[in-house]
Ligand binder design. Sequence first.
Ligand SMILES: CC(C)(COP(=O)(O)OP(=O)(O)OC[C@H]1O[C@@H](n2cnc3c(N)ncnc32)[C@H](O)[C@@H]1OP(=O)(O)O)[C@@H](O)C(=O)NCCC(=O)NCCS
Length: 195
Amino acid sequence: MKPAASSARPAVALRAFAPADAEAALRVLLADEDFAVASTGYLPAAGDLQSLFYALPEGASPDVKQILVAVADDEIVGVVDALLGWPASETVTVGLFLIHPRCRRTGIGSRVLGMGVDRMRAGGFRQVRAGCPRGWEPGERFLAGHGFAPAAAREPVAMNRVIHPHEAEHPAAAILRQIIWCPRRAAPRGVEVWA
Ligand SMILES: CC(C)(COP(=O)(O)OP(=O)(O)OC[C@H]1O[C@@H](n2cnc3c(N)ncnc32)[C@H](O)[C@@H]1OP(=O)(O)O)[C@@H](O)C(=O)NCCC(=O)NCCS
């Protein structure tokens, strides 16, 4: 994986997952055991990518689910899952936002988040809701640095999947950011695939 080693700023993109991305996307999911354990109590496993496609909180329609990949210099370096218009029509809920550990602290996560927020704004969404394991410092600091603030509710939240009973010890907190919305630049609602 080249991006971390290269001193040049890589070209970064955020696009819809394609079947050919599966192997590289799974490598990203398997690469951060600490985050997986903090999130679910389990080590990451080979079925995690497939599960991501089916994981939904109670009441959410499969139609709102999007799996995206972050690409740096043609290599897949991140995986994002988002629910467009859930739990409210103006909200995007990001369940997973994961950058490969070898590419971190080079600004890729920030650039990918910026691209995602731009698309949300263009789609007319006004709020982004991110899930973060409570007390998970990298995620909390990253989100705080990008204008997110903890949601008022203190109880564990279902992000993009159902919470299983054993996960009471691994609560996720919802962290919110309002999208600054400029009506002159915003496109009509109806972003279906972030390709
Ligand atoms: C959080 C994460 C997405 C950041 O990705 P990244 O590409 O390293 O992000 P950036 O390089 O753009 O970092 C931007 C800022 O976020 C903060 N940050 C990022 N990683 C951090 C860490 N491990 N500890 C403390 N702050 C951190 C810093 O303020 C950083 O700026 P700096 O490097 O100038 O100090 C990545 O570490 C990750 O995938 N972690 C596991 C999953 C996760 O926590 N997802 C986020 C919410 S659930």
